[in-house]
Design a protein around this ligand. Structure first.
Ligand SMILES: [Zn+2]
Length: 250
């Protein structure tokens, strides 16, 4: 089975698409799982929740309840209604647009926090990102003295407010693996070497990332740092972004 073409990497602001049904599988929860030649659905991974939505044609509807990626093949799991299309037939894809936009804002907020840490003079390397709506955070290897943490929250918030106020663009580009080291301060292990890698850059700070992002920082208006916590030599910085896109109409 060929790998699914990930259209959201190149066109993250498209919420409607078409594809060809390749296979109908059963996922590990016993649900039907559609395999398509291409998809606009983001599969859960990289600390970001999957897209939800609908796959349909004139005579059937499939409500997507989960999207996962297994060995490069994206599985759209869910429940189908009416007669399923045959392999080789075209289908249309519709994302839950509001969910995608919110997930993109949470994902981009993680990058903005990296910028704020850099601008605060913190050299700690991020080891984990969790960009789900319930309690998003970044985790860094290392600690900050307890006496400095309240001040750091204020400093980070100041940089975040300043950067959002500047409405800087969130730049996306593809680079070969060999060139990542030229512009990325930290290239995480596990980044594939056999294909161009998508790099996200905000204000000169670049990070390889396969998630979905906003166009510019004004879309992160309202982002707040809410907590610094140290656990077993890791610093966790938690943030919130209000739901609803403040500049969806622009
Ligand atoms: Zn990202």
């Amino acid at each position: 089975m060929a790998e699914t073409i990930l259209e959201y990497l190149h066109e993250p602001y498209r919420y409607f698409g078409t594809a060809t049904l390749q296979e109908i599988r059963t996922d590990d929860k016993g649900r039907s799982a559609l395999v398509l030649d291409r998809t606009i659905f983001y599969p859960q991974g990289g600390g970001q929740a999957c897209d939800l939505g609908r796959i349909e044609d004139d005579s059937f509807r499939f409500d997507v309840a989960a999207v996962t990626c297994v060995d490069g093949v994206v599985l759209h799991s869910g429940v189908g209604y009416s007669v399923m299309p045959a392999v080789g037939e075209p289908v249309t894809l519709r994302l839950n647009e509001q969910r995608r936009i919110f997930n993109s804002r949470l994902q981009s907020g993680g990058h903005l926090l990296l910028n704020a840490m850099r601008d605060a003079g913190q050299a700690l390397v991020a080891t984990k990102g969790y960009h789900f709506p319930d309690s998003p955070y970044l985790e860094f290897a290392g600690t900050v003295p307890e006496s400095d943490r309240a001040a750091l929250v204020e400093i980070l918030q100041g940089h975040i407010d300043r950067l959002i106020g500047s409405d800087l663009p969130v730049i996306q580009q593809f680079l070969p693996y060999e060139r990542l080291g030229e512009i990325c301060r930290n290239v995480p292990p596990g980044v594939p070497r056999d294909r161009p890698i998508r790099v996200i850059t905000i204000d000169g700070f670049s990070q390889p990332c396969g998630g979905t992002h906003v166009r510019s920082l004004s879309e992160l208006t309202g982002m707040r740092i809410v907590r610094l916590k140290v656990k077993r030599r890791y610093l966790r910085v938690s943030y919130v972004i209000p739901d609803g896109n403040p500049s969806a109409s622009t």
